[in-house]
Design a protein around this ligand. Structure first.
Ligand code: ADP
Ligand code: ZN
Length: 288
């Protein structure tokens, strides 16, 4: 029997899982993200118990993803102490000697949604996660889209709303999408957490204005058949009609899509998208 492994490496926790080849979960463990010398041995111990045949890793970015570059397999600039330039892939391979598929957390979730979630019928999708940060993964012609590095769509520059006076929350850009539309940006603007705002709050119109720009930009550049939103902030279902309304105004009838109700949609796999994506990528790595 083939056993698949998944590592979802996040800023606050690592979720390690193993499944059978049909993705039925056999074991799952949450390991807090502290320093590598504390976190990593716990990961090795978990997989030594279950001996997976391959592992899919979805790691918080930015990471070195291009095999021709020196930084391949490393975690790059991150505010997380101890992880800057950490050779994650090499360390995993040194301790768990199986084939590994290495990608970003959002790419893994995008792959999960593409294969088994809201993107199942298509070959070209964009999957956004809107939570503590914003990121996106694209499937282009059935494949994860990467280049010099992985996409960093959460940092696309957006046009500011004329009534938006907050400084934004991105340390690198004043006017990027993550800076103005992530959960912490909403909290900064509203003075309370996004999940505590009422559905009728004007904050949601502001949020939709930014997320619609994200949709317009990827529609223009990547021509996806469907745009999918996951992550904590996207749990607000009432946001979707607002995003579609703003998108419709902004796109100016320039691109013809199916109905917007089926073009801009909520993710289907919920919080499992990352794990499912990693397991599928582990399976893909074995070519089975
Ligand atoms: P993370 O990005 O840290 O993995 P989440 O996707 O849950 O985790 O994102 C957390 C952010 O999303 C926080 O800023 C939080 O305020 C916001 N958030 C979480 N749940 C909801 C919700 N139901 N509605 C609106 N915002 C939410
Ligand atoms: Zn930014």
């Amino acid at each position: 029997m083939t056993t698949l492994g998944s590592i979802e490496a996040g800023g606050t926790k690592f979720i390690c899982s193993v499944s059978d080849e049909n993705l039925n979960i056999i074991a799952k463990e949450r390991i807090p993200t502290s320093l590598p010398r504390i976190t990593m041995p716990l990961i090795y111990q978990f997989f030594q118990k279950y001996h997976p045949d391959s592992i899919g890793i979805g790691c918080f970015g930015p990471i070195g993803i291009n095999e021709t570059r020196k930084n391949y397999g490393k975690i790059l600039a991150t505010p997380k102490k101890g992880w800057v330039n950490y050779s994650f892939l090499e360390e995993i391979k040194n301790h768990i000697n199986v084939p590994v598929f290495w990608t970003t957390d959002v790419n893994a979730a995008a792959y999960g949604e593409f294969k088994l979630g809201a993107g199942k019928e298509f070959k070209n999708i964009v999957y956004w996660t809107v939570g503590t940060g914003i990121g996106a993964g694209a499937i282009y012609n059935g494949k994860l889209l990467n280049g010099l590095s992985h996409p960093e769509m959460g940092h696309i520059l957006v046009r500011r709303n004329q009534y938006d006076y907050i400084d934004g929350v991105c340390n690198y850009h004043y006017d990027c999408l993550e800076s103005l539309a992530s959960g912490p940006a909403i909290e900064k603007r509203a003075g309370k957490k996004a999940e505590d705002l009422s559905k009728s709050s004007k904050q949601w119109d502001m949020e939709a204005y930014y997320l619609a720009q994200a949709c317009v930009d990827v529609a223009m550049v990547l021509s996806p058949e469907r745009i999918i939103f996951g992550g904590g902030v996207s749990k607000q279902e009432h946001l979707f009609p607002k995003i579609r309304y703003e998108y419709n105004k902004m796109i100016g009838h320039y691109i013809k899509t199916s109905s917007l109700d089926s073009f801009i949609v909520h993710a289907k796999l919920g919080d499992d998208a990352g794990t499912i994506g990693c397991l599928l990528l582990a399976k893909k790595r074995l070519k089975i």
